[in-house]
Design a protein around this ligand. Sequence first.
Ligand code: ATP
Length: 356
Amino acid sequence: MATVDLKDIRKIYPGGFEAVKKVDLAIKDGALCVLVGPSGCGKSTLLRMIAGLETITEGEILIDGREVNELGPAERDIAMVFQNYALYPHMSVYDNMAYGLRNRRMAKPEIDKRVREAAATLELDHLLTRRPRELSGGQRQRVAMGRAIVRSPKVFLFDEPLSNLDAKLRGQMRVEIKNLQRSLGVTSVYVTHDQLEAMTLADVLVVMNAGNVEQIGAPLDIYEKPATLFVASFIGAPPMNLLPLKRGEGRAALADGTEIGGKGLSLSREAATLGIRPENLVLAAADGADGLDATFDIVVRAIEPVGAESFVYGDAGKTRLVVRVAGKTIVEPGAHMRIGASAADLHIFDEAGKRI
Ligand code: ATP
């Protein structure tokens, strides 16, 4: 087990593109840290630098307090699980798992013990003689995990390990990886572009955008208090409603002039953005007796029933909003509704996208 520390890490690729800009991150012993962000944000580059597969332009990487900048991947005591599994097709499951240990000239009985233990943990015992092509996607993924586990590394690195699986299997494997990581207690860094996967797996979530870290924290803290507009719109599905505001007379209004009802908001600047999660918008009383701080008259445009909940899409002036409603809804397109939220559920961001 080990800590992983990134100190002002920067990566400029040959050709001059700055893929990672001064990332500072301290990962505690045994934690599962998830790097999440859209395609191209630099998360794989960061992971590959931790792995030793990519050079570091500036900064320091420490594993267990030791600087590893100049060490090759094999010397860092890490194990990596990739999205394409990288299994050897001509080898059995057993041999795929034993391969790395044989290369290190580990004694045969020790190799056998480790492979069988890992196979039991991963419920692969009955598949040890099969070839990868004779396995399901989930089983292949487990073999890739097994190959990492048998090495008892200090750190696990996962690069989108579930992205080749269908949605249902991804959900199952997510739970398996979380349980496995917990029980083994191995410090792990996990890269994904899937915010749901990130939220459910992470002890520590790192949200990245365009080479920068936007926010670091516990998943629910980030969900409840996104530090920037980017994080607000990236974490959560459907995403947070974002409404452009202007100061107005006495109280803030939507940027297109549409009135905001309820107790109202005051704004100390000319413009800002108001964020409200779909589940925090509720039906408002017509007489304002509900005590809501911000209400909006919307015209319903569409309804999306998805079983346990429905999403109602409507327009407040020129701004499209989505409301999450439990169960079914009897609302029809064209209906006029008044919806609103309490002050505790309002997120306000300045012109630069920073939370106020
Ligand atoms: P994805 O989810 O699509 O894999 P990512 O967040 O992991 O995206 P990276 O693979 O880290 O992104 O790439 C970050 C940026 O660096 C991208 O804009 C990419 O085009 C660029 N990049 C990656 N590898 C190189 C390279 N070898 N040379 C130049 N630019 C590169």
